[in-house]
Write a protein that binds this ligand. Structure first.
Ligand SMILES: C[S@@+](CC[C@H](N)C(=O)[O-])C[C@H]1O[C@@H](n2cnc3c(N)ncnc32)[C@H](O)[C@@H]1O
Length: 276
């Protein structure tokens, strides 16, 4: 797709809500981006003041989360031989997006991005600028409808071959009543043997008190509320898959580059593979 084409989408986005903070925009603010509104900045400043080290510590953690995503994508290409990616809850373009990392490793990698935030859609052209035609596509969709996502993604990805589903920083926007484990199961069910699921999730059992206060504050200001989960609950998303070493760890501890300092992280990270 070229930069002046309308990105492919499955449904039309609704209007942009500036009365409440939204996850994609708060995350963009934390990463120093410009695609956010006063309501997002205020919510982030107020909530993350409760965090030890304040918002600067959270920003470092978010950058670490992006770095972990890069390591996972490089592992998927180099270690698991995957060249097709379905990145759901892709967020705003922040540099070193999945397609940038994957295309550096394999020039014919294919990536489908999915997000339900209309601001993300508005920046899709920026995300896709300069990408080889047909290899990277954007779908406006909601993880609550996995069948629609799979149908749209199948226009770009060949699901008879292994693919990787990436769910980075999205599943904590689902309460247990939404049955996120069931939704993930529906996504993975039709994928070919050798396919992978990689995810990160905000932790309830790391720094639990500080996280609870931060997210109580954020939840009162956000359109979508956050549910923190324990390591065991996060591992349940990967049930039925072969867990790749080092298992479910803090995102910063997931295969860090040798010789680098490994900071603490507030996110669990794990990667599972469908048996061949
Ligand atoms: C914290 S951002 C993570 C961005 C990116 N994956 C990363 O890790 O750098 C979470 C993203 O998930 C999206 N999201 C939340 N709920 C969603 C849903 N039900 N379906 C699709 N996207 C969703 C938000 O709009 C936001 O862009």
């Amino acid at each position: 797709m070229t930069s002046d084409e309308t990105p492919a989408r499955s449904t039309e986005p609704t209007g942009i809500d500036t009365t409440k903070a939204h996850g994609a925009r708060v995350y963009n603010y934390l990463l120093g981006g410009q695609a956010n509104f006063e309501v997002d900045r205020e919510a982030a400043e107020r909530a993350y003041a409760a965090w030890p080290g304040g918002i600067d510590a959270v920003r470092a953690d978010v950058r670490e989360h992006r770095a972990a995503q890069g390591r996972v994508v490089r592992y998927l290409v180099g270690g698991a031989g995957i060249t097709q990616f379905l990145d759901i809850g892709s967020g705003l373009p922040q540099g070193d997006s999945v397609h940038e990392v994957a295309l550096r490793e394999v020039p014919d990698a294919r990536v489908v991005y999915v997000d339900r935030d209309p601001v993300v859609l508005a920046h899709a052209n920026e995300l896709l600028r300069g990408t080889p035609e047909g290899l990277v596509r954007y779908v406006y969709g909601d993880l609550r409808d996995p069948q629609l996502i799979l149908r749209e993604a199948a226009k770009t990805l060949d699901f008879s071959q292994p693919a990787a589903v990436l769910l980075f920083g999205i599943l904590h926007f689902f309460g247990d009543a939404d049955d996120p484990v069931g939704l993930v199961g529906q996504l993975m069910a039709p994928l070919a043997p050798g396919s992978c699921l990689a995810l990160t999730h905000l932790a309830s059992d790391l720094h639990s008190e500080e996280l609870s206060e931060t997210f109580n504050r954020l939840n009162s200001a956000m359109a979508e509320s956050v549910t923190l989960r324990s390591r065991a609950e996060v591992a349940a998303f990967l049930g039925g898959l072969d867990l790749v070493e080092p298992g479910v760890t803090q995102a910063s501890h997931w295969r860090p580059a040798p010789g680098t300092a490994v900071p603490e992280s507030q996110m669990w990270c794990g990667l599972g593979r469908k048996a061949s």
